[in-house]
Design a binder for this molecule. Sequence first.
Ligand SMILES: C[S@@+](CC[C@H](N)C(=O)[O-])C[C@H]1O[C@@H](n2cnc3c(N)ncnc32)[C@H](O)[C@@H]1O
Length: 213
Amino acid sequence: MSGESTMPSLQSLEFAEGFIGEPEVILDARAAGEDRGVDTVTPGTGAALRFIAAASGAQTVVEVGTGTGVGTLWLLNGMTEGGLLTSIDSDVELQNAAKAAVAAAGRSGSARLIAGRALEVLPRLTDNGYDLMVVNADPSEYGLFLSQALRLLRPGGIVVFNHGFLSGRIADASQRDDTTLALREMQQALRDNTALTPALLPVGDGLLAAVVN
Ligand SMILES: C[S@@+](CC[C@H](N)C(=O)[O-])C[C@H]1O[C@@H](n2cnc3c(N)ncnc32)[C@H](O)[C@@H]1O
């Protein structure tokens, strides 16, 4: 291996993205999202979410940003049988498409889809009641979602934020727009929080994950 780069090539990253194929029902949810201009999770991100849900034995999951249900379906496929996924989205039309996708997958009994703004819904959910929280919404609000995660997750619970790279803007010091600055600040707070064990996983647009110690 000496002399070879340890950085993955673009080809390797593309290979990783397609490593796990998507079942028909997820492809349909992805197509519904594309029709509506939704930025659905990538296949590699979906597979990683399923992996995290399965590895942690997640039974109670809260998702912010249902969209058309791509991430929702991946999570349901990793969760323990008998678990419940609560997913929040402020866009009722998108969430209805997700509802149809979850029904098509035969998983309606495992999902509670709530229409509303996440910062109004999350405070109504039970303290220490969740094993996993997945956030895929407006990155400028991620700092507020992190505070909610610290309240909602049980010790050993996991929080995952999509768009850790913000399409390359986080790592590019010349980018100083409000959203990039807010997300950099949130990422610093997450790194500095001794109650968390964090990692930035280079999958899709970056999965920023942390375990609550
Ligand atoms: C990137 S899309 C989610 C994609 C979805 N996870 C998937 O894989 O199909 C972001 C979603 O977050 C929702 N959203 C954005 N800000 C929100 C907020 N403050 N509260 C609730 N939903 C929000 C949008 O309506 C949109 O459907």
